[in-house]
Design a protein around this ligand. Structure first.
Ligand SMILES: [Zn+2]
Length: 257
């Protein structure tokens, strides 16, 4: 299927809201998007319903790994500041959100798709999560995928964790993976800590490992102390080793308080 036909299909789905079925926003154990249909009105399937709960339930050792992780979710309001300014075309900036999404998905110009992602980033409307996830998975231009990742981070609801973690693991461009690590750190959801720690140990790009370590310091989850302590000794890059030491200090400082 070509990119154009995929995007046209998505445009059709978005325009036919009353008939659409939504795919679950959860992730599989190999960090790809869950294939199951969501149980409306939530954006999650039965297995991933824990993402919608206000209070984290007791952790079941029999649950799916991702479900166990999301059970630690703290659904506080994670509004990340955003002082970025960019002169997007005025007509696009003034367009209603559905039209901006249409441009994000279908415009032939990557500059316009990037600008549409930037406009959606500023609006922080959760209705854009699904199309931004689609772009993060499929747009052929890495700068567009990167802006989609940033936009998802600014929307900031728990539903953006799936797309950000999936792209942190699987995007082919290091700058996109880096944008995901930064966004996850700024959001501060503890559920993302184990993925950031795993990527820290397997990632080839120094600046992605560096941002994973910084993000772990921001999140402050004591469960990843052992990984950070090991990387603080073994990482081939001094800037990463230092970032791991600083993240450890930050985590321990929070525990002492
Ligand atoms: Zn699911």
């Amino acid at each position: 299927m070509t990119k154009e036909s995929v995007l046209r299909r998505w445009s059709f789905v978005i325009c036919r809201k009353e008939r659409r079925t939504m795919r679950c926003f959860g992730l599989t154990s190999d960090r790809h998007r869950c294939e199951t249909e969501a149980q409306t009105p939530t954006p999650f399937c039965a297995e991933h319903q824990a993402l919608t709960q206000d209070e984290p339930p007791a952790v079941s050792t029999h649950a799916h790994p991702w479900t166990r992780l999301v059970q630690h979710l703290r659904p506080t309001n994670h509004r990340v500041p955003d002082d970025a300014r960019f002169a997007v075309p005025r007509w696009l900036d003034k367009s209603p959100t559905p039209q901006v999404i249409e441009r994000l998905l279908n415009d032939a110009s990557c500059t316009t798709r990037w600008s549409a992602a930037f406009v959606l980033r500023k609006r922080r409307d959760p209705i854009a999560i699904e199309p931004l996830w689609h772009v993060l998975q499929n747009d052929p231009v890495s700068l567009v995928r990167q802006q989609a990742a940033v936009a998802l981070g600014k929307i900031g609801t728990p539903a953006v964790l799936g797309p950000l973690i999936e792209a942190l693991w699987h995007d082919r461009d290091a700058a996109v993976r880096q944008a995901c690590a930064i966004a996850l750190g700024n959001l501060g959801y503890r559920v993302a800590a184990s993925d950031l720690a795993d990527v820290l140990t397997r990632e080839n790009a120094v600046f992605v490992r560096w941002d994973c370590a910084l993000a772990l310091g921001q999140i402050g989850d004591g469960a990843v102390e052992r990984v950070l302590a090991a990387r603080a000794e073994s990482d081939p890059s001094e800037v990463v080793r230092r970032a791991c030491r600083e993240a450890l200090e930050e985590i321990r400082r929070r525990v002492v308080r």
